[in-house]
Design a protein around this ligand. Structure first.
Ligand code: GRF
Length: 199
């Protein structure tokens, strides 16, 4: 069985979309894949409770408990490895996970790491994407599912969604429009990887 481990920091709506897709589309029998765990770096991440209610293992690794990024990432790597099921290492899905991973962690998990970013990459890497898209006068915005490399919000693009930026939009309304599309493209990207056996 291919384990999937989802990393969150907050509400976890992308995590929930992935879990629902795995349930409704029966990824276990179709692709031999299951969501084995949800890991948060914040104890107050709202998504943890929802995941528990789904019967999924949850774990908090609070980043402030560690002296530096390398130590946090070492603990994270150990936790992730513990959810492996069989020979394949877990697929690691970053879903609103607000920590930058060290190059060492990224290298050790090459090919396993996927992220979703709320902009049309390569535009607007980093934070405050919606404010910046509006300030730049963009007519369209969107989200990107991509592989994770050592460079923030870089890496091969797997899926993108596009939404219009409307004249009255503020960052909040644009974020909500983009987020709804994230819930479609993230499961689609993972489904394609699993179907291709490329995870
Ligand atoms: C999403 O917009 C995601 O792309 C970004 O942070 C937000 C997290 O939302 N990185 P959620 O926790 O999945 O609801």
């Amino acid at each position: 069985m291919q384990s999937i481990v989802i990393l969150i920091s907050g509400g976890g709506s992308n995590m929930a979309a992935l879990v629902r897709a795995a349930q409704h589309e029966d990824w276990a029998s179709r692709y031999g894949a299951r969501v084995a765990a949800v890991i948060s770096n914040r104890v107050d991440a709202g998504g943890l409770r929802w995941a528990q209610e789904q019967g999924i293992a949850t774990q908090t690794i609070a980043h402030q408990d560690f002296a530096d990024r390398a130590q946090f990432d070492a603990a994270l790597a150990q936790a992730v490895a513990s959810y492996a099921d069989g020979a394949k290492p877990p697929l690691l899905l970053l879903a609103g996970f607000m920590r930058i991973l060290t190059p060492g962690f990224v290298q050790a998990h090459a090919g396993q790491l996927i992220n979703i970013h709320p902009s049309l990459l390569p535009a607007f890497t980093g934070l405050h994407t919606h404010e910046r898209a509006i300030a730049a006068g963009c007519k369209f915005a969107g989200a990107t599912v991509h592989r994770v490399t050592e460079v923030l919000d870089e890496g091969a693009i797997l899926e993108q969604s596009v939404v219009p930026v409307l004249p009255d939009d503020d960052a909040h309304s644009l974020a909500a429009r983009v987020l709804a599309t994230e819930h479609v493209i993230y499961p689609r990207a993972v489904r394609k990887l699993l179907a291709a056996g490329l995870s």
